[in-house]
Design a protein around this ligand. Structure first.
Ligand code: ADP
Length: 752
């Protein structure tokens, strides 16, 4: 170890208080890539692209730089991430600096904002370090948030996302921020980009690219009981199970490690965890077993019980768990936290995990390098995707070496995997901006927020994107032309001579952060109306827009019922019902929209989460995404109805939005709006005779805890929110009780 020659934290040109926080976290010497980054002038304002493996200290470079801006330069920092869960993680990271004193007085203030796209969040003005998702930043720019003028440093995390369909937003956001603040410093971070040079050139940045990792990673291929690694070394496994994944996982746990098994589907994640859990259970200590029972209980209590949560709880009590997008946020968080603590020994996961939270394990198994692509059949995954998964191998501070293992069935396959994945380089990333859907939204926002007023101005703006840097802006010209024509035809923009400007409708669409095509569909449907306007009319309308996702595809067994439903409710739809014979594809699409609307309808009729799973096959994670999106689109319907002069729809859209948000019938709207209550408790309160906020205002704390599932802490929270008289004695008694009775309150993250 050559650690004696490494740069020390003490030597960094940053305030002593920052160094003190770092030292307290055990950070004394810098990792080699950090040394490089600081050596390249990142603390002197140089832009930086840092492409180094997970846990090699990228975030720390951004942290130190952020504090330099806040404490020495009087600046303001924005930290961008692609996911809400990652934003929460980074927010926590920055909170450790929240006690530091600023030279002008006051302490460093850290904020996070990821929701509500129809706001300029003026409250953020008072904060120094602001963690946002890329989409939230985009929406803030559209709202012309004033405080953006004060931003001096922007950190873009997971910058390789530029190569995905959500990449255009990040490209446009960075281009806009650089336009608004030409001297803003930019730091872009990623674990895997093979053409990092291109990103660095685009951003006029220094590049730090390194394979250095705090824990060495050995990548290898498993064949018949043996793993051969890229460096030629081998691992002979004890044969304790016939299935390779299970065998590797059990061998890992018996040597004191944890295993993370990536599989290709949700169903497989569940079945694999089940298969591992049986033999794994026998390997647990009594102490682990007791702690795991507790975690299993936590899972069952965290939200409404479903077959999925019961299965998860039962697996956890045996030391295994699965992680996929069908799980609700509360459950994903429990699984992540308990795996990180080392309690859960083996985790099976779909690849979405690799792109999200930081969750390393000693051994990573990539169970299948093939993935089913609709329309193509089985396809090998990209090297980039493999490297993202493999990069999770090795827990700093716990493991000396991490392992990533692919599975082969034959020698030939082994050679292929070794050549292609282990020795291979990740693919280059390409901009996805040149699509009509992406440009529709971004061209409108550029015009609506006054960043460009002519076709040439729009083209100049897009000339600053990664796309234009990489390919040239010219090919975008024809597409932008077509998009502007669409926006003009649909009355979202006006064109007078050379001058392009947004109409009132167009401006509102841009602020509402929906696809202009969704807005046009909403407008046309509101104009046309329905023979019989019902809840279903608007629920189907939002499911008919391209912004609605996920849409639930019916399976064969549901067909008959859906056809019957369509016939029965024909007069309620605001769109034509496509002909099953003449337009099969549109008809199939329509049935998906109808099924999704049926799920939303069941949800607002208080159908339990488990019935949605059993009847429609909709898992809680998907239900959450669908209802959050529908809630947003219903809000947009109400707002657009106001702008377009269809005020008759506004009360229905408002009511439905609240019902979709909470999953409740109309009469519960006031009760469910109380924080901490939720739909189940709102219904229990209602049944107990508390039907309005006034009823609750009149109730005493003692009355409230007679209602099932209302504990002293929640009773206090309810009274705090609705008001009403509470005697001093009662208040004190309840405060004492609340301290005694541990009542879990789920954080906002859990609700995500
Ligand atoms: P990345 O962003 O590359 O994933 P982080 O900056 O989050 O990496 O660092 C990973 C972990 O290593 C964090 O817990 C961080 O505090 C710690 N760490 C970072 N730099 C150092 C260092 N120089 N010495 C010791 N620990 C460090």
């Amino acid at each position: 170890m050559l650690s004696w020659c490494r740069l020390r934290v003490d030597e960094l040109p940053v305030p002593e208080a920052v160094k003190e926080v770092l030292r307290r976290s055990g950070i004394v010497e810098l990792y080699p890539p950090q040394e490089k980054a600081f050596g390249m002038g990142v603390l002197e304002g140089r832009n930086l692209v840092m492409v180094t493996p997970t846990a090699s200290g990228k975030t720390l470079v951004a942290e130190v730089c952020a504090l330099k801006h806040v404490l020495e330069l009087g600046g303001k920092v924005v930290y961008l991430t692609p996911l809400r869960a990652l934003a929460s993680e980074k927010y926590e990271t920055f909170l450790k600096y929240a006690d530091l004193e600023k030279p002008g007085g006051g302490r460093v203030k850290v904020a996070i904002s990821t929701g509500d796209y129809d706001s300029s969040d003026p409250w953020l003005e008072a904060y120094d370090i602001i963690v946002l998702t890329n989409e939230k930043m985009d929406s803030l720019l559209r709202h012309g948030a004033k405080w953006i003028d004060d931003v001096t440093l922007v950190v873009a995390d997971e910058v390789h996302l530029i190569g995905t369909d959500r990449g255009p937003t990040l490209e446009v956001v960075l281009a806009r921020l650089r336009q608004v603040r030409p001297d803003v410093q930019i730091i872009a971070l990623s674990a895997t980009v093979s053409n990092a040079e291109d990103i660095a050139d685009w951003l006029d940045a220094e590049l730090v690219k390194s394979e250095w990792r705090p824990v060495e990673l050995k990548e290898g291929v498993y064949l018949r009981g043996r793993v051969v690694f890229g460096d030629g070394s081998t691992w002979e496994l004890r044969r304790v199970h016939r299935r390779p994944e299970v065998n590797i996982a059990l061998n890992t746990v018996s040597e004191g490690g944890q295993a993370l098994v990536f599989v290709e589907s949700r169903r497989r994640a569940e079945s694999m965890a089940r298969e591992i859990s049986r033999p794994l259970s026998a390997m647990l200590t009594d102490e682990d077993r007791a702690a795991l029972e507790e975690v299993a209980r936590e899972v069952l209590e965290a939200s409404e019980r479903t077959r999925l949560s019961e299965e998860l709880a039962s697996l956890i009590s045996r030391g295994a768990a699965f992680h996929h997008a069908g799980l609700g946020g509360a459950h994903r968080k429990i699984v992540e936290d308990r795996f990180r603590e080392g309690l859960i020994k083996v985790l099976t996961a779909t690849p979405t995990l690799a792109a999200g939270v930081n969750l390393p394990a000693r051994v990573v198994v990539v169970s299948s390098y093939r993935r089913y692509e609709p329309g193509y059949g089985m396809y090998p995954i990209s090297v980039l995707e493999y490297k993202q998964m493999a990069g999770r191998g090795g827990r700093p501070q716990y493991d000396e070496v991490g392992y990533a293992i692919l599975l082969a069935k034959t020698e030939d396959e082994m050679d292929f995997l070794m050549e292609h994945y282990i020795l291979g380089r990740p693919e280059r990333i390409y901009s996805r901006l040149a699509s009509e859907a992406a440009l529709r939204s971004h061209v409108l926002s550029v015009v609506a927020s006054g960043f460009a007023h002519t076709l040439q101005g729009i083209l100049d703006f897009f000339g600053k994107t990664f796309y234009a840097y990489y390919y040239d802006v010219k090919p975008l010209g024809a597409l932008i032309d077509a998009v502007v024509r669409f926006l003009w035809r649909e009355d979202l923009v006006k064109i007078e001579g050379d001058y392009v400007s947004a109409t009132r409708f167009g401006r509102r669409v841009s602020e509402l952060y929906i696809d202009p095509l969704s807005a046009v569909i909403i407008r046309d449907c509101l104009q046309r109306g329905a023979e019989e306007l019902t809840d279903l009319s608007l629920l189907h309308l939002v499911c008919h827009t391209p912004d609605m996702s996920p849409k639930f595809r019916p399976d064969r067994g549901e067909y008959e019922e859906l056809l019957f439903f369509v016939e029965e409710h024909r007069g309620e739809f605001m769109t034509d019902v496509p002909s099953e014979i003449m337009n099969r594809i549109a008809f199939e699409e329509f049935l998906s929209e109808v099924k999704t609307a049926m799920v939303l309808k069941a949800w607002i009729e208080e159908t339990p989460e488990n019935d949605l799973l059993e009847k429609f096959g909709v898992q809680p994670g998907d239900r959450y995404r669908a209802t959050s999106n529908a809630e947003w689109l219903l809000y947009a319907v109400g707002e657009l109805a106001k702008v377009l002069g269809f005020k008759q729809y506004v009360p229905l859209a408002d009511r439905l939005r609240l019902r979709v948000k909470h999953g409740i019938r109309e009469e519960l709207i006031p009760l469910a709006s109380i924080k901490g209550v939720g739909r189940v408790r709102a219904r229990l309160l209602y049944r107990a005779g508390y039907k309005t906020l006034t009823d609750l205002k009149r109730a005493s704390l003692r009355d409230l805890i007679r209602v099932p599932s209302i504990g002293p802490r929640l009773a206090l929270a309810i009274k705090e929110q609705v008001g009403g008289l509470v005697s001093k004695e009662e208040l004190e008694e309840f405060r004492r009780m609340a301290e005694k009775f541990e009542q879990r309150s789920l954080s906002e993250y859990y609700e995500e």
